[in-house]
Design a protein around this ligand. Structure first.
Ligand SMILES: *[C@@H]1O[C@H](CO)[C@@H](O)[C@H](O)[C@H]1NC(C)=O
Ligand SMILES: *[C@@H]1O[C@H](CO)[C@@H](O)[C@H](O)[C@H]1NC(C)=O
Ligand SMILES: *[C@@H]1O[C@H](CO)[C@@H](O)[C@H](O)[C@H]1NC(C)=O
Length: 305
């Protein structure tokens, strides 16, 4: 990248290698003619999730104290590891993000997430309190990482009554209620907290996972998020970005969504891939190390482009 050396110097290096002796130090100069794509400096990303300790799969309860309600944000090893990964983006979100409310503004009660057979993913609502949000932002300030915060998109929507789920996830109807998000943003602004970007909803597009939202409705909701962000952050240079839909690619859903979204609304289109399969897979390590396996997901990226 940015190499300004000509073909001639490559040739000279190669000639000197072959005509004299074996050398361990080979200078290879690459002349950049065209670039195919740009990747920003923050391409390293990690997700922090909200799962409580009693979330169990495959006979294990792997979250332990790694979920955002339990994680020790003062742990030295964690702090140092995160600093070493800079420039790093942390996305705070995941399956239960659409069940999290924020204890700001009118939200006086702050329920603790509990096992609940009637709740999505088998859990009740959870709540981010002021103390925890301060701790998260101290952590971001200390480590210098960027935060992409996944907002609850289902708040204000009607939970579908029909429990027969043969066709997969049920559609949640109605407009997104932005007031709780607005209170979180207003508080964060008053404290000078830097949020790099906001996402809205987790895996609600296409067929959804546990719930879904129609593309036209989602376009309306993310436009509302854009208006809120612009109103609260009048300075475009410090304004958080608006990203979505943070779910699996589905051609028709994405097309309709983008057709109903004005060009100034979205800063970035985000999507999820699970090309490595489940974390419990016995051959996971082989897949991670195999470039041919990894390339199998290239078509999804081409489709999105
Ligand atoms: C805030 O939330 C954290 C994490 O859920 C919890 O441990 C803590 O007790 C709560 N603090 C207050 C003051 O409610
Ligand atoms: C951390 O907070 C201090 C005080 O508000 C601020 O001056 C500094 O720029 C922040 N650092 C980062 C990396 O956000
Ligand atoms: C519930 O599902 C059944 C069977 O799919 C359907 O006939 C019925 O209209 C649905 N009811 C509502 C309220 O959507």
């Amino acid at each position: 990248m940015g190499a300004k050396f000509g073909f001639f110097s490559v040739l000279v290096s190669l000639l000197s290698l072959f005509s004299f002796c074996y050398s361990e130090n080979l200078d290879l100069n690459v002349k950049v003619v065209t670039s195919k794509a740009n990747t920003d400096d923050n391409f390293i990303c990690a997700t922090l999730d909200w799962w409580p300790s009693d979330k169990c799969d495959y006979g294990h309860c792997p979250w332990a104290r790694a979920g955002m309600f339990n994680l020790d944000l003062n742990n030295k090893i964690l702090l140092n590891a995160v600093k070493e990964l800079n420039p790093l983006r942390i996305r705070l979100g995941g399956s239960v993000q659409d069940q999290i409310v924020y204890q700001f503004g009118d939200m006086k009660t702050c329920p603790q997430m509990k096992k609940d057979d009637d709740g999505m993913f088998g859990f009740s609502h959870g709540c981010l309190n002021c103390t925890r949000w301060d701790q998260i932002n101290d952590f971001l300030n200390t480590t210098g990482v960027k935060l992409t915060f996944g907002l609850n998109e289902l708040i204000g929507k009607k939970k579908p009554l029909n429990e027969s789920q043969e066709g997969g996830a049920l559609v949640w109807e109605g407009d997104w209620d932005s007031s709780n998000a607005a209170s979180l943003m207003a508080y964060s602004l008053s404290k000078g907290y830097k949020i790099d970007s906001y996402e809205l909803g987790n895996e609600l597009c296409g067929a959804g996972v546990s719930a879904r939202v129609e593309s036209v409705q989602y376009a309306k909701d993310i436009t509302k998020l854009r208006e809120l962000v612009n109103a609260l952050y009048p300075d475009p240079t410090t304004r958080p970005q608006v990203l979505g839909p943070a779910g699996f690619y589905d051609k028709e859903w994405f097309n309709t969504f983008l057709q109903h979204t004005k060009p100034s609304v979205l800063d970035g289109v985000t999507h999820h891939i699970y090309n490595l399969g489940a974390g419990v897979g016995k051959t996971l390590i082989n897949k991670i190390l195999d470039p041919y396996f990894l390339s199998q997901t290239a078509q999804t990226f081409k489709d999105i482009l």
